[in-house]
Design a protein around this ligand. Structure first.
Ligand SMILES: [Zn+2]
Length: 467
């Protein structure tokens, strides 16, 4: 063995998967002893701290060593084992070319040396690197393979919390929870929104396996998981029938999948698909009706308390005819004599708006002043209440006047344009249609329908005009 005067020792700490932690100190001391035995002089020690050999993280000391090799500062490299030098066989090639450029042929390890100048030495180094890489790869593969086998057999996966709907054995149904899954599947397919289903679960004290409230994405995940229709899923792929009974049928699961993954669900569907969302009122109870889909039919419904709403639950109407009726009525009104008369009384000028602003601000100030007087005993509670009521009444009126004023300005662009808008209506996007309707319509009262009526009668729809 020729004398070497500038030996580089390379050491790397990594997480040892076999549990034989090979400390840097041990690597260094073994390498130093080996250099001593050979009579080599160590020029520098390069140490990287690298938790996982496959993490792909940069190894600054290793890079520095390659640079020093290129600069001709090194005439041999020593490491405890080749697996310290390269994490992947491809990295060995990088190292070998650096050695070639620097005409360094000595690679020495504690267990043997490689003459990189000869084909044999290189081959052994390459094989060792390949073996080292393969060992840690195969260890991971063995783990993965085992999981795959379990999945292919339809057996449940062992770790973590049990899935909702199943007992801890992950196979036997939890009867109560399984019934909940069936019910929410039915509700969602009937057009109920996920947040509404969540409110229903909350109201019925239904909690997740870890005792948490059901949030919308979690409900969605539950309904989209094929486990509930008796399929074994592994890494997002269905492996086949599972060892457990299905909670819902495959057909139901498919329908849920189509519904919940439809592209129009990605945004606020209610606001995007419903011309009158938030604008319909139940004629029976006065409650705001919510937009809701039943299969392919869009509807406005008065949702009762049982369903997570606060209405009487007795009125439901198909959305499309109502929207047509309201749109048509809006456009007709734009060109109507009634609207002109209604607007005639209004002074469309900024001076009036400014004076309203002043009055509102003054009254707001008075309310604060009044509270101060009452607090410092300069005023009786009765007197305070009476004064407060008067000011509040005036405030409300002035605020309404002001909002009507601004509304009028919005309306100017559309006045007398009803006929023209009617001609292009179906070509306008929903946002634009909504904007036009909202200029004129404060809300729409929906009357109860005649039992068995096939279409929505015009009498059922009563727009309440802002002007
Ligand atoms: Zn109602």
């Amino acid at each position: 063995m020729p004398e070497r005067r500038a030996v580089a020792i390379y050491a790397r700490i990594s997480q040892d998967r076999d549990g034989q932690q090979l400390g840097v100190r041990r690597q260094l001391s073994d390498c130093r002893a080996e250099a001593d035995r050979l009579g080599w002089t160590v020029a520098e020690e390069y140490v990287d701290d690298d938790i996982s050999a496959y993490s792909g993280k940069a190894r600054p000391a290793y890079q520095r060593m390659l640079e020093d090799l290129d600069a001709g500062h090194i005439d041999a490299v020593m490491a405890w084992h080749v697996d310290r030098l390269y994490r992947r066989p491809s990295e060995l090639e990088q190292f070998i070319s650096a050695c070639e450029r620097a005409r360094v042929s000595d690679l020495h390890t504690v267990s043997g040396s490689f003459d990189l100048a000869t084909g044999d030495g290189m081959l052994v180094a390459r094989m060792l690197a390949a073996v080292a890489a393969n060992e840690s790869d195969s260890k991971r593969r063995r783990g993965k393979r085992k999981m795959q086998e379990i999945a292919e057999a339809g057996q449940p996966h062992g770790g973590g919390t049990r899935p909702f709907g199943f007992l801890p054995d992950r196979v036997t149904h939890d009867q109560t929870e399984a019934e909940v899954i069936r019910q929410i599947a039915e509700r969602v397919l009937a057009g109920e929104s996920l947040p509404s289903v969540g409110r229903w679960m909350d109201a019925n004290d239904i909690r997740t396996v870890t005792g948490k409230q059901w949030r919308t994405p979690v409900i969605r995940g539950l309904l989209l998981n094929r486990r509930i229709c008796g399929e074994r899923v592994h890494n997002g792929k269905v492996m086949g029938p599972a060892a457990w009974e299905p909670i819902i049928s495959t057909e139901t699961a498919d329908a849920l999948h189509r519904l919940l993954t439809a592209p129009e669900r990605r945004t606020n569907r209610a606001a995007r698909n419903y011309l009158l969302s938030g604008m319909c009122r139940c004629a029976k109870c006065g409650n705001k009706m919510v937009s809701s889909r039943r299969y392919e039919t869009r509807r406005y419904i008065c949702r009762s308390g049982l369903d997570g709403g606060s209405g009487c639950g007795s009125i439901t109407v198909t959305a499309e005819p109502v929207e047509l009726i309201v749109a048509r009525a809006t456009l007709m009104r734009l060109d109507s004599r009634e609207l002109q008369d209604a607007l005639a009384g209004r002074v469309r000028d900024d001076a009036q708006a400014a004076s309203l602003y002043d009055k509102i601000a003054a009254d707001e100030g008075k309310l604060v002043e009044l509270a101060g007087l009452w607090a410092s005993d300069d005023m009786t509670t009765d007197g305070w209440k009476r004064a407060k009521a008067i000011i509040e009444q005036r405030l409300t009126e002035n605020r309404q006047r002001l909002s009507r004023l601004s509304g009028t300005r919005q309306l100017d662009a559309y006045l007398g344009q009803g006929g023209a808008l009617q001609a292009q209506w179906s070509g306008l996007n929903l946002d634009r249609q909504r904007a036009i309707v909202k200029v004129l319509v404060d809300h729409v009262v929906i009357n109860p329908g005649v039992i068995g009526a096939r279409s929505v009668a015009v009498e059922r729809v009563r727009p309440v005009w802002r002007f």
